[in-house]
Write a protein that binds this ligand. Sequence first.
Ligand SMILES: Cc1cc2nc3c(=O)[nH]c(=O)nc-3n(C[C@H](O)[C@H](O)[C@H](O)COP(=O)(O)O)c2cc1C
Length: 180
Amino acid sequence: MARIGIFFGTNSGTTRKIAKQIKKRFDDETMAEPVNINKVSAEDLLAYDFLIVGTPTLGDGQLPGLAAECDEESWEEALESLQGTSFAGKTIAIYGLGDQETYAHEFVDGMILLYDFFKGAGAKIVGAWPTDGYNFDISQAVVNDQFVGLALDQEIQPELTAERLDGWLKLIAPEFGLPL
Ligand SMILES: Cc1cc2nc3c(=O)[nH]c(=O)nc-3n(C[C@H](O)[C@H](O)[C@H](O)COP(=O)(O)O)c2cc1C
């Protein structure tokens, strides 16, 4: 079984595409195929000591899910069903998609909801990312002057994504024992 699990939520598929781009960089022993968070149970997540979790921000600075008018259940419902599950001993890195122009006052806010949840559940969160190179007004996902995970913007800055992914994966490599 692969050492690292990668799980995403999505409404229109972009966050899934990014998960696939991350997985493409690693062999099957290192990383499992990306799985939609609406298809898994707590056991599926707990099978891994190392996890990458991805989410877009939708609605009004929300996680994807029915409350954010997504077609399907997603992170919102998954976190509800994971309430009370311990992630102690797990190392988790977060990536988040957003749009810094249209949603400049709530850019990638969804990441903080994953951060608070998994940190609160005992996980070690890694992969904080600098805010340099982004142009937004406010983000709840900024803690101590850094995003709590990798912020990606496929609407405004898609050309920067590959480089950001490479830099971020290098950053988390020591924490994940990654061959980079
Ligand atoms: C209805 C709607 C609400 C959105 N709200 C936000 C937001 O609050 N903050 C943000 O940074 N991006 C927001 N976005 C941008 C999405 O996060 C972005 O388009 C993302 O790439 C979508 O990912 P997906 O294709 O995986 O669903 C919103 C997009 C839509 C369509």
